[in-house]
Unconditional design. Sequence first.
Length: 338
Amino acid sequence: MKRWLPLASILVLLFLTVVAGAWQHYQRFLQLPLEIEQSGLELTVERGASIRSVVLELERRGITRMDWRWRVLNRLQPLTIKAGEYALKPFMTPPDLMDMLASGKVINYRFTIIEGWTAAQLIIALGKDPVLQHTVAPTSGLTGLAGFQDSNPEGWFLPETYVFERGDSDLQILKRAHGAMQEALAQAWSGRAMGLPYETSYELLIMASIVEKETSRKSERAAIAGVFVRRLLKKWRLETDPTVIYGMGESYRGNIRRRDLNHDTAYNTYTRHGLPPTPIALPGLASLVAAAHPAAGEAMFFVADGQGGHTFSSTLEAHGKAVKQLLERNARKQDSRE
């Protein structure tokens, strides 16, 4: 029996040596960066993926090798992997990868709804996004989408930048933008000034859409809203070109002729009193605020000043002079080009 003791000791020592060597090897594995290029790497993880399937995909791409070290790491650091698209960066270690997969810090993309777009333009832009899943056909219209049944969805999507992940759909963006507009409109309506000629918050939305199409200058929006509010209060026609253009639909070719102004449609505010039946565009927050808090004053007219802004007038005579100045300025610009 005694002669077996030295052999057992040797075996134990050998075992401990192997274990110690393996442990040191494992520790180096934890500290050694994965073989990721300086440009980084995008990794898509499907739902239900395991650490084994993820590492095998990385092995296929030459980033690491699936062996006992990954199995040990997964035993010591168990995790629930969250699906999504991840951005792997240079010098990431195996524990860094595990932490990222557990955190769900996936790649974020952005889609911006531009102020003044129509709902139709929004659908077209969504259809061109290379990351979003496309579930809304541009030719099908928006009836029934994003909470709508038979109503017209024009104006009901708030222009903002929306963050999304790969796998999200265009319909999800629409629903988020619709919810954001509902909230913004409710706030504008509850905080509106007194004495406005709106019976409902929807009419405020319509006015905001007109203001949005009339100017790109936020500093002018309240003044323009003020002009239109005073016209409504005086029972004047609004006589705003953007409503006419909207009513022309696809027949609009970049300019309005006199016969277009005289051709009656539901949106022609030259031939009809009051607001058009629906918004004509997607108004931003600044236009909602302007419609809810129009600027006080006596101006009843405005015309472009040829420099990106507008000239406001309280009388028809003054307005006529402003129009004449605009025409003269445009004529000089045309002469200088020739």
